[in-house]
Design a protein. Structure first.
Length: 145
C-alpha cells in the first residue's frame, strides 16, 4: 500500500533519499530548499495561516515581510502532483510538521487512500491547517461538477 508520510523540516533532513518517492516541501517564503539528493521535489512557499483574512496588512515580525497564504493555484498544483503520481509514496514536510504538512498529508490520505504516517512532532491530524484543507477540498468539488 502506498503511503503519505508527514515530517518536520528537521525530520526530513534525517530521512534518507529513496528513489521514486515524491516530496512535497513546504517552507516559509524565502527559506532555502535543502533537499539536493531527492529525485522529485515539489516546493511550496507559504506561511502557516489558517484564514486568508489574516494576510491583509499582516507582517511577519521576525522577517519584516508580508505573510503569504496558501492559494487556489497551489491547491491545483497539488492536485496535478497527485494525478501524475498515482501510486508513488509521498513525503510532505513543513517547518514543524504539525499544521501545513499535516493538512496536505490528510487530504492525500482522504483522496487517494494512501496510508497516513505521522512522524516526529506530529501524533495527530487535529491541528491540520484549515485553509489548506478547504482549498484542497474545493478543488475536488470543482472537478466533480
Amino acid at each position: 500500500m502506498a503511503t503519505v508520510t508527514v515530517l518536520s523540516r528537521s525530520g526530513m533532513k534525517l530521512e534518507p533519499p529513496r528513489p521514486g518517492v515524491v516530496v512535497i516541501s513546504i517552507t516559509d517564503p524565502g527559506d532555502p530548499l535543502m533537499l539536493p539528493d531527492w529525485d522529485v521535489v515539489h516546493r511550496f512557499e507559504f506561511d502557516d495561516i489558517s484564514e486568508r483574512e489574516e494576510v491583509l496588512g499582516s507582517f511577519d515580525g521576525k522577517k519584516s515581510r508580508k505573510l503569504v497564504a496558501f492559494t487556489e493555484a497551489m491547491a491545483q498544483r497539488i492536485m496535478g502532483i497527485l494525478s501524475n503520481n498515482p501510486v508513488q509514496d509521498i513525503i510532505v514536510h513543513c517547518n514543524a510538521g504539525v499544521s501545513r504538512s499535516v493538512a496536505v498529508g490528510r487530504f492525500i490520505n482522504e483522496e487517494t487512500g494512501r496510508k497516513l504516517l505521522l512522524r516526529g512532532n506530529c501524533w495527530s491530524d487535529e491541528n491540520a491547517n484549515g485553509l489548506v484543507l478547504r482549498l484542497l477540498h474545493r478543488q475536488v468539488w470543482f472537478q466533480e461538477k
